[in-house]
Design a protein around this ligand. Sequence first.
Ligand SMILES: Nc1ncnc2c1ncn2[C@@H]1O[C@H](COP(=O)(O)OP(=O)(O)OP(=O)(O)O)[C@@H](O)[C@H]1O
Ligand SMILES: [Mg+2]
Length: 383
Amino acid sequence: MAKVILENVYKIYPGERGQPEKVAVHDASFEIEDHEFMVLVGPSGCGKTTTLRMVAGLEDISKGKISIDGRVINNVPPKDRDIAMVFQNYALYPHMSVYKNMAFGLQLRNVPRDEIDKRVMNAAQILGLLEPDNLLERKPKALSGGQRQRVALGRAIVRQPKAFLFDEPLSNLDAKMRVEMRTEISKLHNRLNSTMIYVTHDQVEAMTMADRIVVMKGGYIQQIAEPLKLYNQPANLFVAGFIGSPPMNFFRGTIRREGGSLWFYEDGKDPSGPVVKVKATDSQAQKLGSYEGKPVIFGIRPEDVTEQLTASPAPPGHTFEATLEVLEPMGAETFLYLVTTSHNLIVRAGPIDAKSLVGKRLSLVAEMNKAHFFDVATENVII
Ligand SMILES: Nc1ncnc2c1ncn2[C@@H]1O[C@H](COP(=O)(O)OP(=O)(O)OP(=O)(O)O)[C@@H](O)[C@H]1O
Ligand SMILES: [Mg+2]
């Protein structure tokens, strides 16, 4: 049982040898509910590890407050916070067996021997360390990366902590093992039903594992939401571009009034090139009214644009043209890489065979009610 609350938390590293101070985390406030799987995601250097280390007590909190179950823990030493942390480099003791690696922390805490045995065997069973091969007497060097990662997880599980903290625990594994361990950790969360805070720079990991996601950039929290909410209603340009693969397509342009409607016109570099010109829906027009004559960024996801080869006739104001440069057949789907007068875009289509269309202009349909508009200056979403 653990509810973790961060209130206006800052991490300020003092500047050394004439260097300016570094604010690694700015004013972070959020709550992690009991049993919740919260993921912190963002590019390298955005402050994820620093935030996690402040929760664990491995880093001082410069300003603000962190509490667990109502108790402020700013000055509580790490060992008394009842939290277990799993790191990227799982740091197993090389000279100890798998069993000993898991039991050691409990021995230090003077947990009775039969209780240790019970917990280790239980964790070993959950993590598949007993079957098909019993790995308990092996040394870490005789294990695969994924097996070592399981032992590191086991070491955290046996402590029965209030909360688990993970710092990129899968980044040393190969792609296939990463996907496997991702599901293992999700299953573990369902089974243990404990609070987990998980740090990753991989938005796919974040989307697939999280109950909720905190997106960070440059020490600032950008948005906190459930995965699909982040995907469908990004708060700003950064979140829109960071979550989703292939990423959202963006076009710079201007809002203009024409025939009583508001239209987005892509800024064109090449007068002969195809230009995106699409009509805002009624609800978009309500929010875009004050942007008439002003620059905006138009965003649309690859799956919300269809090529007219397969699309049924589109309502007016939804179609535009672009030149097909590359076609990537992936089997179940096809990625089309296209260019307009001044932007590249990606379209996610079904399994089409259209190599002969490379170099040609295609007619495309944008699903306008799925489109997003962003303010150029603030980069916040308009609608
Ligand atoms: N001891 C320190 N002194 C000064 N700056 C530091 C210190 N430790 C970290 N930083 C800076 O704080 C910022 C946040 O670092 P942090 O390790 O939290 O990033 P991260 O989001 O975990 O990145 P990554 O994905 O690369 O692990 C970085 O710019 C980093 O250089
Ligand atoms: Mg980190």
